[in-house]
Ligand binder design. Structure first.
Ligand code: ZN
Length: 277
């Protein structure tokens, strides 16, 4: 073989090699998920509460974020007309297992705390308040440890006015407000647009004006299917006749979105309660 053809051949091989490397690196870059490195923390009161936002938990996990799910209570009082469970420790064990199943399907890292369902409300001030204080301290430890980029929790309506829901949302808010976090960290509340609620009482109890629910996170059919499968894990809480299709239909009745209200801090100091708009 002539010297020139050896050189040409070598150049061709090197170019081909470089081109393959370029393709490999390029495809790796393209394959990188959009939220790789981001940390999302969702905090809810009971096993199955996460189903309010589960399609977007599945979405963010799919898009590369590390999703942590904190469930505060043990669900010991989760009896209902569909099953004949008895409130107490056996039901706690069942619901822990169900919650684990649901979190795994959503690809969320589960932290299931051991607070009593209803946060010892029946025990009055001396039973409830120390329990609620301990909850704030444990949530504070979790937020400090996980250092999330975004947090989602219950808003003041608590979805159903359930006291545990509202107190978990308020406790997460207290943790958030208690210090100046050393990185950008956003807090979001799950919300239902008043326009999507038909009954007037429901609008008052849990509706939110559209102008507050400005974070409208879309999700795919695939995310919704995952959410439906995950919901089925909470077998002790659901009507055995409810199918995954029923869940998906109900969930996406007003479009494939989860509405959130972002907590906004004032941008400027002020010396009056008036004229701050
Ligand atoms: Zn609940």
């Amino acid at each position: 073989m002539k010297k020139t053809s050896i050189v040409t051949n070598t150049i061709f091989r090197l170019s081909a090699f470089a081109f393959i490397i370029f393709l490999l690196v390029g495809s790796t870059c393209l394959a990188q998920k959009p939220y790789e490195g981001k940390v999302l923390l969702a905090v809810f009161a009971h096993p199955d509460d996460e189903s309010t936002v589960s399609p977007i938990l599945a979405k963010y996990a799919r898009e590369g974020a590390k999703v942590h799910l904190v469930i505060v209570t043990d669900g010991r009082y989760g009896t209902n007309d569909f099953h004949d469970h008895i409130a107490g420790e056996t039901l706690v064990a069942t619901r822990k297992k169900e919650m684990k199943c649901a979190a795994e399907l959503l690809e969320a890292e589960l932290i299931h705390l051991n607070f009593h369902d209803q946060l010892r409300a029946a025990e009055g001030y001396d039973g409830h308040v120390p329990h609620a204080r301990e909850m704030i301290k444990q949530l504070n430890e979790i937020v400090n440890r996980l250092n999330p980029d975004a947090i989602i929790t219950w808003g003041p309506d608590g979805g159903s006015t359930h006291m545990d829901h509202r107190l978990v949302g308020a406790s997460v808010t207290q943790v958030y407000l208690s210090q100046d976090w050393n990185k950008p960290m956003d807090l979001f509340y799950y919300g239902t647009p008043s326009d999507a609620i038909d009954d007037p009482e429901g609008k008052i109890l849990r509706g939110q004006a559209g102008k507050y629910l400005r974070t409208k996170v879309s999700y795919t059919d695939q995310d919704l299917e995952k959410a439906a499968k995950s919901y089925r894990c909470h077998y002790s809480q659901i009507d055995p006749m409810l199918t995954e299709e029923n869940f998906m239909e109900r969930k996406s009745k007003n479009g494939k979105f989860v509405y959130l209200r972002k907590f906004e801090a004032p941008k400027n100091d002020s010396d009056s309660v008036f004229g701050n708009n």
